[in-house]
Design a protein around this ligand. Structure first.
Ligand code: SAM
Ligand code: SF4
Length: 314
């Protein structure tokens, strides 16, 4: 279905949990979140009913996210049921990878076609600094497992943080070459009123390009701009919600783990989808598509987003 601005909305991101096994300082408070009660989180049947309503309106690509999606009990069965829903053409997942090692075959069998692996650093100490918890994953083993199981192209999401991981940009360019993969550098977004100095750590694409003139522009595709490095494999994307609006290309809705449909990541509008019949759910999705704003106003400080990213689903 098209929205009021002629954008074809065909992509639904579903947060299947707001819990996580990490505490990335830009995403989640270190003491964790006020744990939602089990009954506040959408059950498998509710998620499936939402997917059915969404597919009737032409949403056909589903991304499973969180929190950390792999911590949800029964996640493989849920993924399989989503992938088997009529009208679903593609199911992909965003994960921090901690529970991926040794499980890629199960994920593939369940119907996941590609994985975005969040990886902000290749350095164990910096990993501690960013995630506050957890031991450094064996990223090389995880990447090899993804490649062996043909979950391609592998995309790495790396949130750039000035003074923390921006020294590693060249290492990520080498990683893209070594495994022939996509690295997507994501601009830090001021989401969730977290106690860190956003301005101190924000670094823009322009700054990165000045420091890495080897990056050559290749193309723009939806929310990312892609670059390559001469004689190197892989490609490098930039996702710049802050310094560039890509709203005119936005084709997605988001469903939070507690059952709120969000027409836009960057506005606080949410529509409750719980306790609805199939017809009501259909109309709720229709309403969310109609309410999709033309663009976000995140650059104005008073418009900071109240929910943190783990609660929205990145
Ligand atoms: N836990 C999973 C993971 O980390 O891949 C999935 C959920 S996480 C919220 C999804 C993505 O959002 C991650 O790549 C994360 O780095 C990104 N993210 C979280 N908070 C962000 C922020 N304030 N600005 C930019 N990206 C953010
Ligand atoms: Fe967890 Fe992902 Fe947020 Fe990090 S970015 S705290 S891994 S949800």
């Amino acid at each position: 279905m098209k929205d009021r601005f002629e954008r074809e909305i065909d992509y639904l991101r579903i947060s299947v949990t707001d819990r996580c096994n990490l505490r990335c300082f830009y995403c989640m408070p270190e003491e964790g979140i006020d744990k939602k009660k089990h009954e506040d989180i959408l059950r498998d049947e509710e998620i499936l009913a939402a997917v059915q309503a969404a597919t009737k309106l032409g949403l056909k690509k589903i991304r499973i996210t969180g929190g950390e999606p792999l911590v949800r009990k029964g996640i493989f069965d849920l993924v399989r049921a989503i992938a088997d829903t009529e009208g679903v053409e593609e199911v992909v997942m965003t994960t921090n990878g901690i529970l991926l090692q040794g499980n890629v075959n199960r994920l593939k069998e369940a119907g996941i076609e590609r994985v975005n692996l969040s990886m902000d650093t290749l350095n164990p100490e910096t990993y501690q600094r960013i995630t506050k918890t957890g031991s450094f994953p064996n990223y090389h083993a995880i990447l090899q497992e993804l490649i062996e199981h043909d979950l391609l192209p592998v995309k790495i999401n790396c949130v750039l943080l000035k003074g923390i991981n921006d020294r590693e940009i060249s290492d990520f360019l080498d990683l893209a070459d070594r495994y022939d993969l996509h690295v997507r550098f994501i601009e830090l977004m001021p989401i969730g009123h977290l106690p860190y100095d956003y301005k101190k750590h924000f670094i823009s694409k322009q700054d990165v390009l000045k420091r890495h003139p080897e990056l050559e522009f290749d193309k723009k595709y939806r929310v990312a701009e892609y670059y390559t490095v001469k004689n190197q494999r892989g490609n490098i994307g930039f996702i710049n919600a802050m310094s560039h609006h890509f709203c005119n290309q936005c084709n997605r809705l988001r469903l939070t783990a507690d059952g709120k449909l969000k027409p836009c990541l960057h506005t606080n509008e949410e529509i409750d989808i719980r306790h609805q019949t199939a017809d009501e759910l259909y109309r709720t999705f229709q309403k969310a598509i109609r309410h999709k704003p033309q663009n976000h106003k995140l650059h104005k400080e008073e418009n900071a987003i109240l929910r943190s990213m783990n609660k929205i689903g990145g």
